[in-house]
Design a protein around this ligand. Structure first.
Ligand code: PGA
Length: 339
């Protein structure tokens, strides 16, 4: 890795810029801005707090405007500070892309991969990451599992390399690439009277209580869209913030729900749930790799993207082989004498 001392040297050279700064000052500024604290920034960077304060003061002097303002005991970025923080993010991003490219030219895949995924993608992305990390031991992974609203915030702020989601936002200019199916199914407790019935009409679910995901969830958006095209109004009894809570509530007999089939794979819960064969289901959807339009992917991000496209076939095959529901599995009769 190129050292910060070298970078500092480069940035201290005469440049056609009115603001003179060092790379180290930008790192310190970034830490204070992220952590909203000089003390925490000093601890993170292993320097003493007066060093942090002095460097921030010098940087503000170079910019010619205050970068932080203090309200009570808290510090906040000023408008100039916010601009500088966004600029820092772009510069760090650009520099780490350069480092990865240099490593790649030397034949080494090296650097940090930052991926943010919606909660439902946790059923397959970590399983793909394991072999990926073994294949590329020089790549570190920072994985964020958050809800769709948070993904959109992170995407807007360009905080990660890649985003995995089922419903890319319309309000942001993005590149979006479908890479895997994401079918949505209706689940009920195994003992539900409709479990095992074929081709159930949607209207038969009018008397059922539905358990919905939280507002903003991709699963919920897709289910609501499908129901509206069918002019069907589900009776929503409760809404819950994650698939696990939804599955447990369905298993406990509190209602039925729409979930991604991915959420039913490799789960002990599967034995307590039945997938209902409702007409119009599964709702056919895709998982997308998303990133801001115009973003230049780093070498490690591109490597993971290519890997995902290749390996999605494995998950797709598992999904196809998974029970499609409709008929609960028959209990296996115990052999006489079996323990
Ligand atoms: P969710 O997203 O976890 O926010 O519901 C999944 C999806 O979009 O299918």
């Amino acid at each position: 890795m190129l050292t910060y001392a070298l970078i500092d040297h480069v940035f201290s050279m005469p440049m056609k810029t009115t603001v003179r700064f060092t790379w180290n000052q930008l790192r310190i500024f970034d830490a204070v801005a992220r952590l909203s604290s000089h003390t925490r920034a000093a601890a993170e960077l292993h320097v003493v707090q007066p060093t942090v304060s002095a460097q921030i003061k010098q940087l503000a002097g170079a910019v010619g405007m205050p970068l932080f303002e203090q309200v009570g005991k808290k510090i906040f970025l000023t408008p100039a500070g916010r601009e500088l923080h966004a600029t820092c993010a772009e510069m760090f991003d650009c520099w780490s892309r350069f480092e990865m490219t240099v490593a790649d030219l030397k034949g080494i895949k090296k650097g940090t991969l930052r991926v943010a995924i919606v909660t439902t993608a946790k059923y397959f992305i970590p399983r793909l990451l394991g072999p990926f990390c073994r294949l590329y031991p020089g790549i570190d992974v920072a994985l964020e599992v958050v809800n769709r609203d948070q993904i959109i915030e992170r995407l807007a702020a360009n905080r990660d390399d890649l985003y995995i989601m089922g419903v890319p936002p319309e309000q942001l200019p993005t590149e979006r690439h479908p890479f895997l199916e994401n079918p949505l199914v209706v689940i009920a407790p195994r003992e539900h009277p409709l479990a095992g019935r074929r081709r159930i009409e949607l209207a038969r679910l009018a008397g059922e209580q539905f358990i919905a995901r939280e507002p903003g969830s991709g699963t919920r958006i897709a289910a609501e869209y499908f129901f509206s095209t069918q002019r069907f109004k589900p009776r929503v009894r409760m809404q819950l913030g994650n698939n696990e809570a939804v599955k447990w509530s369905v298993a406990a007999g509190l209602g039925i729900a729409v979930v991604s089939r991915h959420a039913l794979m490799h789960e002990p819960m599967e034995d307590r749930l039945a997938v209902l064969d409702v007409q119009g289901f599964p709702i056919r959807r895709s998982w997308y790799v998303v990133y801001p339009s115009g973003k230049r992917l780093s070498v490690v991000a591109q490597t993971f993207f290519d890997y995902l496209k290749r390996e999605a076939a494995t998950i797709q095959a598992e999904l196809a082989a998974a029970p499609t529901g409709g008929r609960p599995k028959k209990a296996v009769p115990r052999r006489r004498g079996a323990a």
